[in-house]
Design a protein around this ligand. Sequence first.
Ligand code: OGA
Ligand code: NI
Length: 346
Amino acid sequence: MGEVDPAFIQALEHRPKPHSIEAQNIPLIDLSPLIKHPDSLSGLVVEIGDACQNWGFFQVINHGVPSKCRQKVESAARKFFALPKEEKRKVSRDEGNPFGYYDSEHTKNVRDWKEVFDFAVQNPIIIPASHEPADMEMKELFNKWPESLPELREACDEHTAEMEKLAFKLLELIALSLGLPKDRLNGFFKDQTSRVRLNYYPPCPAPHLTLGVGRHKDTGVLTILAQDNVAGLEVKRKTDGQWILVKPTPDAYIINVGDIFQVWSNDKYESVEHRVVVNSEKERFSIPYFLYPSHYTWVEPLEELINEQNPARFKRYNWGKFRATRNYGNLKKLNVENIQISHFRI
Ligand code: OGA
Ligand code: NI
């Protein structure tokens, strides 16, 4: 059974179920029409719109990302997390800079059974210096890379470039599915604040008491996740609130819409809760790419999607300040709920 630090122990109602060998999986979508029939995408657009509306999550295959590129980043991530703690701590995140290595993140005030390495897609990145609404000062942040493992940076750069291409294809398909022009949303990303995380979930002696990541929603526009062949991600099914394990499909990426799409679509595409279960034998690796807009973006329901019958359900909020407030809360481990889009609900 083994003893684990009480900081990791979930309240009874949030502990994973023994499991859930579910027949149902999230939708699997074939993106090959993008290459084969770029002029007749209506079937694909409907499929994506249905998946966004009914699940908030789907997997994609034939996405155009070379498997070699993905294998390279997975193997570099394995090497990084296998380094001695002192090596990893040389690139630790700190109060002033949320990028780098971290092994004690808390989700909803319970410690996650994981280690992470974060970096920004644009380097340097410009974001608000503080979460205080009146403070207009900006700061420049640089990524931190381990000197002893140069291949990590190289593999991450290559994979991130592929993720970015895929993210914009998906952004356009989702825009079309909402009845918008394909490039309607592209302008929000001129100075994008997107980031990538390498997740490492070590084997856990008490997997029935802990979670790799506690239940949460992603705050951004959309997330593209590469997971290895060890299952662990669970998605809350909208129809009945059951936790559904996402079975790994070789070479597929898992896509979910985040809070910003929920606001943009005025609740049509809800950002769905998910979490990660760990296991006692196998370690697991995953790599999410979080698509985030420019820090100066005001997030609000798109004007084309609201009218008198369907008025805006959210007040606008500033993306840079929202993230700064979230990071402040994460670091200080405040005993209050993190900032959420529900705080802007009208
Ligand atoms: C995340 C997340 C899922 C996974 O990092 O936000 O939901 O399978 N990760 O690692
Ligand atoms: Ni997530």
